[in-house]
Design a protein around this ligand. Structure first.
Ligand SMILES: Nc1ncnc2c1ncn2[C@@H]1O[C@H](COP(=O)(O)OP(=O)(O)O)[C@@H](O)[C@H]1O
Ligand SMILES: [Mg+2]
Length: 290
C-alpha cells in the first residue's frame, strides 16, 4: 500500500492573540497524489490557517498544540527552516488569493517567473526564459513575449492571476495550495480560472488543496471535500457523495442555502440559527465563546 502524499492528523491550534481560543480542533485529512481536495467553510473556520501550516508560514499568534502534517512521510511541523525552504516553492507551491498584491510591482514578469527556475532548478537564463514562455502558453496567455517584458500594473487582474498560476506550476510541484484564488475576480473570469487550474493539475498530475467558501466551486473542481466549522471537520468525503448524500445537518443546510450561502442578502434561505446552535453544542463551544 502506498501512503498518501499528504496526511494531516489530529491538528489543533490556538490563538495566542485571543486568550488561547481554539482555531483548529483535531483536524485530520489526507490527500492522494493528483487529487483535488476542497477545504470549505465560512470565514473564520480555519481554512487559511491550514493552508499556511502547509506552506510553513503560520503567522505569529497562531500556535499548534498537537498533531502532525506528513508530506511524503516527513512532518512539516518538525522540519528546520532550511528543510522547509527546500520544499516550499518547489514541491509545494501557492496560488494566492489576491493577484494585485502577490506580484512584485517593480519587476518584470520575466524576472518573477524565471527566479525559481534558475535558483531552485539551476536553469540557465535562456532555458528559464523558454520554459516561462511555454508556461504562459499553458495558461492561455496570448503574446507571451510581450507579457514577459511587462510590469504587473500593465496587465489585467485575470492576466495576473494566470501568471501566478503559471508560477505555481512552474517547478512541477507535487502539491499546490490555492487559497480562495478566484474570490477577487468577477464571475466569468472565475470560471475560466477554475478550468485552467483543473486543466493544469490534470496535465501534470498535481495534487491541489483548494480553499474556498463556495460549495459551487467545490462542485466544479474538487474530487473530495473537507467541510470545517469553527476549526472542526464537520463532514468529508468524495465531492459527489457529499453533495448527493450530505450526512450532517449543517452540510444539508448549506446546500439548501445555495452556493452563495455566505450572502443572505442574495435572497436565498440562510442556514437556520438552530443549526449553528447544534454545531456549537456538538463542538463544545461555550455560550458566547469560541
Ligand atoms: N495571526 C493570528 N493570530 C491569532 N489568531 C489568528 C491569526 N490569524 C487568524 N487567526 C484566527 O484564526 C481563526 C481562523 O482564521 P482563518 O484560518 O483565517 O479562517 P478562514 O481562512 O477560514 O476564514 C480566526 O478566528 C482568526 O481570528
Ligand atoms: Mg481565509
Amino acid at each position: 500500500m502506498t501512503s498518501p502524499l499528504l496526511s494531516i492528523a489530529g491538528l489543533s491550534a490556538v490563538s495566542d492573540r485571543d486568550g488561547g481560543a481554539p482555531i483548529l480542533r483535531d483536524v485530520s485529512l489526507t490527500l492522494e497524489r493528483g487529487e483535488v481536495r476542497g477545504l470549505v467553510g465560512e470565514s473564520g473556520a480555519g481554512k487559511s490557517t491550514i493552508a499556511k501550516a502547509l506552506l510553513g508560514i503560520l503567522p505569529r499568534g497562531v500556535r499548534i498544540t498537537s498533531g502532525s502534517i506528513l508530506f511524503e512521510s516527513r512532518d512539516l511541523l518538525t522540519l528546520s527552516a532550511k528543510e522547509l525552504r527546500g520544499i516550499m516553492g518547489s514541491d509545494i507551491s501557492l496560488i494566492p488569493q489576491d493577484p494585485q498584491t502577490a506580484l512584485n510591482p517593480g519587476r518584470r514578469i520575466e524576472a518573477q517567473l524565471t527566479d525559481g527556475l534558475r535558483l531552485k532548478r539551476g536553469m540557465s537564463s535562456g532555458d528559464a526564459r523558454r520554459r516561462a514562455l511555454k508556461l504562459l502558453e499553458e495558461v492561455h496567455i496570448r503574446d507571451p513575449e510581450r507579457v514577459l517584458r511587462a510590469y504587473p500594473h500593465e496587465l489585467s487582474g485575470g492576466m495576473r492571476q494566470r501568471i501566478l498560476i503559471a508560477a505555481a506550476f512552474a517547478l512541477e510541484p507535487k502539491m499546490v495550495v490555492a487559497d480562495e484564488p478566484t474570490t477577487a475576480l468577477d464571475v466569468t473570469v472565475q470560471k475560466q480560472i477554475l478550468r485552467l487550474i483543473r486543466g493544469l493539475q490534470e496535465a501534470h498530475g498535481t495534487a491541489v488543496i483548494f480553499v474556498t467558501h463556495d460549495l459551487g466551486v467545490v462542485a466544479q473542481i474538487c474530487d473530495s471535500v473537507t467541510l470545517l466549522y469553527a476549526g472542526k471537520v464537520i463532514e468529508e468525503g468524495r465531492t459527489s457523495d457529499v453533495l448527493a448524500h450530505p450526512q450532517h445537518i449543517y452540510t444539508k443546510s448549506l446546500l439548501a442555502a445555495g452556493p452563495r450561502y455566505d450572502r443572505p442578502d442574495a435572497g436565498l434561505t440562510p442556514v437556520p440559527q438552530a443549526v449553528f446552535e447544534q454545531l456549537r453544542r456538538e463542538i463544545g463551544i461555550p455560550e458566547g465563546g469560541r
